[in-house]
Design a binder for this molecule. Structure first.
Ligand SMILES: [Fe+2]
Length: 219
């Protein structure tokens, strides 16, 4: 099944792959994507074509690809793990939970306003699994504007749609750190949860179950 929009999107990502091989540092790659991502998003027909393709049964992007957010589509993963391109669809007023990241990211609106609420971690580390966050900034990205996110405590935020329509956000993420989970923060209770990719979470549960079975005598 042919979808020219999807083919073109992937071709742009392959060009990005070649281009960033020559940029060694994260800062340089962030600067590259702050220029390149809005240029791609300006070609709105590509994204529209890709989304229509999904509805007509085109297999790209793979909706079964596991993700940490349920509104997330993975559009491209660089084979050298240098970056990935992801797409997020927010309904009226919808936002992600408050979270951190294991890589740098560059995000921009592909349609409508995208709200970014940033938080600073002011915890002294005395209570494990608990933290104290203070809001440190808010922006609303309009098409063409970008937001840069940094890993771990430097990039705690939530993103979403402040309006009534549907907003689309595209994000490029860099190579992930070794930590296999992101953290989800509750502003109300101060609790911190680890969010693992589903396949890892299941493996951990299986390990737990096997251990319990070995330690439990049969009935
Ligand atoms: Fe994020």
């Amino acid at each position: 099944m042919v979808n020219p929009s999807s083919d073109e999107l992937q071709a742009v990502c392959r060009d990005w792959s070649s281009a960033i091989k020559g940029i060694a540092d994260g800062e340089g790659r962030i600067a590259f994507f702050r220029t390149e991502l809005p240029k791609l998003l300006y070609r709105r027909e590509l994204f529209e074509g890709m989304l229509k393709g999904i509805l007509s049964g085109h297999p790209y992007p793979n909706l079964r690809q596991e993700t940490l957010f349920d509104n997330e589509l993975v559009l491209y993963r660089d084979s050298g793990r240098r970056f990935s391109l992801r797409f997020y669809i927010f309904g009226p007023g919808e936002h992600t939970f408050v979270h951190d990241h294991v890589s740098w990211g560059v995000s921009a609106s592909a349609l409508g306003p995208i709200e970014v609420l940033r938080y600073r971690n002011e915890d002294d580390g005395t209570a494990p699994g608990q933290t104290r966050l203070r809001m440190s900034g808010r922006s609303v990205l309009r098409p063409g504007e970008t937001e840069t996110t940094l890993p771990l405590d430097q990039g705690i935020h939530r993103t979403g749609n402040p309006d009534d329509g549907t907003s689309l956000m595209a994000s490029v993420y860099g190579a992930p750190l070794r930590r296999p989970f992101i953290q989800r923060f509750s502003l109300e209770s101060g609790r911190v949860h680890r969010v693992y990719p589903p396949h890892l979470k299941k493996r951990m549960l299986v390990k737990q179950a096997v251990k319990m079975m070995a330690a439990t005598p049969p009935n």
